[in-house]
Design a protein around this ligand. Structure first.
Ligand SMILES: [Zn+2]
Length: 443
């Protein structure tokens, strides 16, 4: 287990002296400058405490998760913060400022089973460091709050973004949640109750966002873009809109031996042509368009028959709602063309959709500046995965995220990693972003 070293030790180990701008106001004897190396040490300590040889085991609504939450609370115990847990199980720490308007920083300490050491907990641990720096400077003009969202991953019950959607007021599926159970048959409401959360009261967490002026979230990228550009950090523009469709191709089952090639009506041929056409559609639409044909189920699905029915699943994502519509237009046109070429019938059905969520332009500008100040160069990129930030943004609170490079683009595995020097830059960038946002919120 990593231990916290006295700061003089830490500075020697890093071979650097604190710069004058890192020095806190002289009035506060206990003041400490921002110490990004401490964040890395604390993340390693958390990994040691709540992981094993297979990776992180901080699954929400389990004892290890509780242990992680208690660990986080202990890290913050010495600061002059008000602590509360809301009706959805989210942990909140508040550093009161002159104004009740609050700048929020958040993340999630829960992980998937056998998860990585950084997904979600990086922001809460980094934000704790930023809070230490702000608290050391005395009472801020604007209130600053840290939130650890409950159950972002949805690993136990299959429902992601639990705490943030309750706070955002967008948890519309409470009746469905009541029916969910885990693999052992434990019902979701019972598991929540064991952790002091009554599902029926969870939406009351909405009051926590009443004074929110802004929400900031740092996260590992979980993708390969920043690494491929050779950049440590980026400013996140928003989260992708997603559309999922089921496309059904209908042909005619026929004997594999007796049916000449030119007389077949092979449903799989339509699905296969579309799967390849997705590349052209993505290229034509551009700006990060991604389309995936994730599954094709064939009937009768035997080796001796031409495929009669092929049910193809399609996932399409884009940050721009107009481009998402253009992608679907391209897919429909291609479906009709291939149906004609292959003498098939084709139909489609939309099975799920979420609108793109664009982060606040001013805050994206601050995030960009913060990244440039600490890393020299910035990059603006969309987020493929959803995050708690998407829920907060949907509720109308100006929101932005910072991404730090993920090695090999891997996440949700114990192989998830980020260079320690990039983690330290990320803490510095979050600190700069917090300062800019606090000044803006106080305007
Ligand atoms: Zn996460």
């Amino acid at each position: 287990m990593a231990t916290r070293r006295p700061s003089s030790d830490r500075l020697r180990r890093d071979g650097r002296e604190p710069s004058s701008e890192q020095q806190p106001a002289a009035l506060y004897a206990a003041a400490v400058p921002l110490d990004p190396a401490r964040t890395v040490a604390e993340l390693r300590e958390l990994r040691q405490l709540t992981g094993n040889e297979n990776g992180a085991q901080r699954v929400a609504w389990t004892p290890v998760w509780t242990q992680a939450k208690e660990w986080l609370a202990a890290r913050l115990a010495e600061l002059p913060l008000d602590y509360e847990v809301d009706e959805a199980g989210n942990q909140w720490w508040t550093l009161s400022g002159a104004s009740e308007r609050a700048v929020l920083m958040g993340g999630h300490i829960d992980s998937v089973p056998n998860g990585g050491w950084l997904d979600g907990c990086l922001n809460v641990v980094a934000a704790a460091e930023v809070l230490r720096r702000i608290a050391a400077e005395g009472s801020p003009t604007t209130t600053v709050r840290l939130v650890n969202w409950a159950d972002e991953e949805g690993a136990r019950f299959g429902r992601s973004l639990f705490g943030s959607s309750a706070a955002a007021g967008s948890m519309a599926d409470q009746n469905e949640l009541r029916k969910l159970s885990d693999r052992e048959g434990v019902a979701l409401p019972d598991a929540l109750r064991e952790h002091g959360v009554e599902l029926d009261r969870a939406l009351r967490a909405h009051s926590q966002l009443a004074n929110a002026a802004a929400y900031l979230e740092l996260h590992i990228e979980q993708g390969p873009v920043l690494e491929s550009l050779g950049l440590p950090l980026g400013a996140v523009l928003g989260t992708f809109g997603v559309e999922r469709h089921r496309i059904t191709w209908r042909g005619q089952a026929a004997h594999a031996g007796s049916t000449p090639m030119d007389q077949r009506r092979d449903a799989l041929a339509g699905a296969a042509k579309l799967a390849l056409e997705l590349r052209q559609i993505a290229e034509r639409v551009g700006d990060g368009a991604v389309l995936t044909s994730g599954d094709v189920a064939c009937t009768p699905g035997i080796v001796t028959s031409v495929v009669e029915t092929a049910e193809q699943l399609l996932d399409m994502r884009h940050l721009d709602a107009g481009k998402l519509a253009l992608m679907w237009e391209g897919v429909r046109e291609a479906c009709e063309r291939f149906a004609q070429e292959e003498r098939l019938a084709v139909e489609w059905e939309r099975i799920w959709q979420i609108e793109p969520i664009l982060f606040d332009e001013t805050l994206v500008g601050f995030a960009d500046e913060a990244v440039r100040e600490v890393a020299g160069e910035s990059h603006r990129l969309p987020s493929g995965p959803l995050h708690d930030a998407a829920e907060v943004s949907r509720s109308g609170v100006p929101t932005v995220m910072l991404f730090v490079q993920s090695l090999r683009g891997l996440s949700h595995t114990k192989l998830e990693d980020t260079k320690p020097e990039h983690l330290e830059l990320a803490v510095q960038a979050l600190d700069r972003l917090a300062s800019k946002t606090l000044a803006w919120a106080a305007r």
